[in-house]
Ligand binder design. Structure first.
Ligand code: ZN
Ligand code: CU
Length: 494
């Protein structure tokens, strides 16, 4: 007798192969039969008319704190995500020396809730995550901003030899403790003060562990191609795989440039490992202060900025920056300063700076995965990508616009990220694999989260199974808490 049998689903195994109707039987957290399951299950589900796929991997998450603060992880689970890759854009919660701990507790995005930072290394953090019994699995990148801040504060200079050695030591330790690689966020402080050579050196232990360098590049606008060049060079010289985060071209003058960027990636892919991710929206989201500090906000840019969450000023949530300037009767630059006062330094904004054509160009490319980049700040009006990313790709871009096939979309949400981020035994439906599964209706699956009403769970997701346990069923979160902190397994990577 199996624990669970899902019968008659159209099974997409995650490899990109077309669907085939089969029963999938689960025992002790693993898939033990794909085909015809003659024996019964303690629980049987008739999935006629529905599609069964491996659980989706959110390749670009900022859930380091959320896994402790919101272990139910409803916003990800409801999309069919069963694993998140966190520690992105250079910000991770480990290693946490006292300085890094301050960075973590001071940031709304990484906030861990009421509990103190109890760990000093990745191993300690992963233990804390397991202790919270999260709904989804998680694997971590070590964040360069965190390491650099811990080693040398916000200094605008190259690291001294011993500072570089400390950072390298932390990367080595994180890789030994199960990190899947190193992330950077090169528009943010202190990461933006680094030279390329610093990163090549820090990527050597990543290469030794066969991990991946994941980067929020130095520029996503006028100098997008230079930034791609820098990324490829780091991968070549350090000898590691590279992964471009939230690939895009921002600013009207640069629309269309993702095509050139992808062409360069194609050319490089012949001789080095390179992949990318993207979220299916024409707006990004980040901290207003970060944009302000790189001098990004001029009058025109301000028009494209909408406030998502303003701590201390909920009445401004959802307004354009220019609208707040009008309300305050201040010029835009002074209004921005006012918004950033006090707790306002944690203000999150949404930037409408991208082109719909670029979104589709990205989605058509076989090396592009899906990553929500969702910022798990549930107050105010967060970017709807936090709740809608994966169903939006399946509904809007697969079903409605026909940009890519369903099996190809599923491949790029499952087996491809599982290989690159070292998720051994996941990302495929095959006998022996972990039973991370999502059952959905391809005819109705859709995001419902909007700019004005962003915290809405998607439609068309019938069932989500994490490590063999039913975690979500017809919109109901079961509280199974069957997710795990995962350790990078290079044998899963090629
Ligand atoms: Zn980023
Ligand atoms: Cu990010």
């Amino acid at each position: 007798m199996f624990d669970l049998v899902i019968r008659n689903a159209a099974v997409l195994d995650g490899t990109g192969a077309p669907p085939r109707t089969a029963d999938v039987a689960i025992e002790d957290g693993r898939i033990v039969r794909v085909g015809e399951a003659r024996d019964g299950g303690a629980r049987e589900i008739d999935a006629t008319g529905l599609t069964l796929a491996p659980g989706f991997v959110d390749t670009h998450a900022h859930d380091d704190g959320a896994l402790l603060r919101y272990p139910g992880m409803e916003f990800k689970l409801a999309q069919g995500c069963t694993t998140v890759v966190a520690g992105n854009c250079g910000f991770s919660v480990a290693p946490a020396t006292r300085e890094a701990g301050r960075l973590v507790t001071g940031s709304a995005i990484l906030a861990i809730g009421g509990s103190p930072v109890t760990w000093t290394d990745l191993a300690g953090y992963l233990e804390a995550v397991d202790g919270r019994r999260p709904a989804v699995n998680a694997i971590m990148l070590a964040g360069h901003n965190t390491l650099r801040y811990a080693a040398m504060g916000n200094e605008q200079r190259p690291p001294a030899a011993e500072e570089q050695a400390r950072m390298r030591g932390w990367v080595e330790e994180a890789m030994a403790q199960g990190a899947c690689g190193l992330s950077t966020g090169l528009i943010y402080e202190p990461g933006r003060w680094c030279a390329t050579e610093e990163l090549i050196d820090l990527c050597r232990p990543v290469a030794a562990a066969k991990g991946v360098y994941a980067t929020h590049m130095r520029n996503e606008g006028d100098q997008l191609l230079d930034a791609v060049e820098e990324t490829l060079r780091i991968g070549r010289e350090a000898g590691c795989a590279v992964h471009i985060s939230h690939h895009k071209a921002t600013g009207k003058a640069n629309w269309g440039r993702v095509a050139a960027s992808l062409a360069r990636v194609d050319q490089a892919a012949g001789s080095q490992a390179v992949t990318l991710d993207m979220y299916p929206y024409i707006a990004g989201s980040t901290r207003l202060e970060a944009l302000y500090r790189i001098g990004r906000i001029d009058g025109e840019y301000a028009q494209a900025l909408r406030l998502a969450t303003v701590p201390g000023h909920p009445e401004w949530d959802g307004l354009r920056v220019t609208e707040v300037a009008d309300l305050l009767d201040l010029p835009v630059d002074q209004a921005v300063k006012r918004i950033l006062e006090g707790r306002g330094s944690e203000t999150l904004v949404i930037q409408f700076t991208m082109d719909e054509v670029d979104v589709e160009t990205n989605l058509r490319h076989p090396l592009v995965m899906v990553g929500s980049d969702g910022l798990p700040v549930l107050e105010g009006k967060p970017h709807p990508r936090l709740f809608g990313t994966f169903p939006r790709v399946l509904g809007r871009y697969v079903r409605e616009r026909g940009v890519l096939t369903l099996e190809e979309a599923v491949r790029r949400m499952t087996s491809l990220p599982a290989r690159v981020f070292g998720l051994a035994g996941r990302g495929v439906i095959t006998e022996g694999a972990w039973a991370d599964l999502v059952l959905f209706d391809p005819a109705t699956v859709a995001d419902t989260a909007t700019w004005d009403d962003p915290k809405r769970e998607p439609e068309g997701i019938a069932l989500v199974v994490v490590n063999g346990a039913v975690a979500l069923e017809n919109g109901r979160h079961t509280g199974a808490g069957s997710g795990r902190a995962l350790r990078y397994t290079p044998s899963a990577a090629t």
